[in-house]
Design a protein around this ligand. Structure first.
Ligand SMILES: [Zn+2]
Length: 420
């Protein structure tokens, strides 16, 4: 009897640790938006990509099992959904009659496990498989965690990071082809683990964590860009990371990013390279920003837990030192914060220009962005937002008397270092 109990225990432990069963639940359709739903027992690493020959999406669910293979015929515009098992991974392929706009799958927790949903949109306008670039924006600290506090000038880091995050969100939200997601949408407390878990839940393409610093010496100032490293590059970075390791929140439904680094060394190496590339692009922009002094002219490496996604390029920006009077003034004011958000946006944009594997519809055939004018917008501010001369916008869009209206869609050509 005892033996049996032990056997059952070992068996269920084995199930808990090693199995993650994937099931196809079904498809919902509403106004030509299709939602394909799957279930998992816990969060998985899902690699997704699309193809134009034939029109299809492939989802590779790492370390999952299927009850049985299937090949299900579907209704237009979906042809069929087919599964295969390979080396402990499940692969789901979705074939289409015509190209669709798609989003990488979301993984949301429910009472029994994980709901995976893949959203597709079918429209005659879509000529090839395409999707939006998903940018996860993490405003550092929040709620009961104020972050760095400068007592002399009443500046709290959590407020600065929130305002910069929202400014960046606004530019991305109103530019075609970008889908920004804010990790925190208000002044609430978010666990560090929940911040990088937001990337996996939403299948983010990149992750940007926004911070500001404080130091005992008020003369220390300037911005810096960090990427993840298990062994930090400088003493100051070491201090920063130990300061950041606080409460954790991980449960059995979560994906283990730490374990994944050794399991998927190639995926992790690629993430490291892309994080550096993204960091460099942002740093290049910060160097051009007349408002912002740089604390570090090169990318810094730090063991910031928030950056540890195994596959999603992740960077952290320290926007400045709120313990420095000049930086505090800059970050307290809208123009200074806007410049940080702009450098982030332009860096991100240049990054996607070079990483367009999934045919993001960010750029039109001539390389222009499309921005939708918002209520209260004026041309000179749009020009600052995108770092272009007002006259460029006027000439490209044949605007008379600087008159623009909400909802107007205007074309903007970003100046890269090549065409400056
Ligand atoms: Zn911080």
């Amino acid at each position: 009897m005892k033996k049996n109990i032990i056997a059952v225990l070992i068996f269920s432990l084995h199930q808990m640790v090693f199995s993650n069963q994937l099931d196809f639940v079904g498809i919902n359709e509403q106004n030509k938006v299709y939602n394909l739903e799957f279930s998992l027992e816990k969060t998985a690493l899902i690699l997704s990509q699309s193809s134009n020959s034939p029109f299809s999406i492939s989802l590779e669910f790492k370390e999952t099992s299927l009850k049985e293979n299937f090949n299900l015929k579907q209704n237009y515009p979906i042809k069929n959904i087919k599964s295969t098992m390979s080396e402990g991974n499940s692969i789901i392929e979705i074939f289409f009659y015509e190209p669709v706009m798609w989003q990488k799958p979301q993984q949301l927790k429910n009472e029994n496990g994980i709901t995976v949903s893949l959203s597709l949109e079918h429209s005659a306008k879509i000529k090839k498989m395409t999707r939006e670039a998903l940018v996860i924006i993490d405003a550092g600290h929040g709620g009961r965690d104020p972050g760095a506090v400068a007592k002399s000038n009443n500046v709290m880091e959590k407020d600065i990071t929130f305002l910069i995050a929202n400014e960046l969100f606004r530019t991305l939200e109103d530019t075609d082809g970008y889908k920004p997601i804010l990790v925190r949408e208000d002044d609430s407390f978010v666990y560090l683990d929940q911040r990088y878990q937001a990337i996996r839940q939403n299948s983010g393409d990149i992750f940007v964590s926004i911070h500001a610093d404080a130091f005992s010496l008020p003369s220390v100032k300037g911005a810096a860009i960090y990427v993840w490293s298990e062994d930090a590059s400088s003493n100051s970075a070491k201090n920063l990371s130990s300061k950041r390791i606080s409460s954790t929140r991980v449960d059995e439904f979560d994906f283990d990013e730490d374990l994944a680094r050794s399991k998927y060394p190639k995926i992790y190496q690629n993430k490291k390279n892309k994080s550096l590339q993204l960091g460099e692009k942002i740093l290049d922009q910060l160097k051009l920003d007349p408002y912002t002094h740089l604390h570090k002219k090169r990318i810094e490496f730090a063991d910031f837990r928030v950056l540890k996604s195994v596959d999603t390029p992740s960077v952290l920006i320290e926007s400045g030192f709120i313990s420095n009077p000049e930086d505090a003034k800059r970050l307290k004011g809208k123009p200074g914060r806007r410049m940080i958000a702009r450098s982030l946006f332009l860096g991100i944009n240049n990054y996607f220009m070079e990483n367009n594997e999934d045919d993001f519809y960010i750029f039109d055939s001539k390389g222009y962005l499309t921005y939708t004018v918002q209520k209260g917008d004026i041309l000179s501010e749009i020009a600052i937002r995108f770092g272009v001369p007002v006259m460029d916008i006027i000439n490209t869009n044949l605007i008379r008397d600087e008159a623009i209206f909400p909802g107007q869609r205007i074309k903007i050509k970003i100046l890269t270092t090549d065409n400056l």
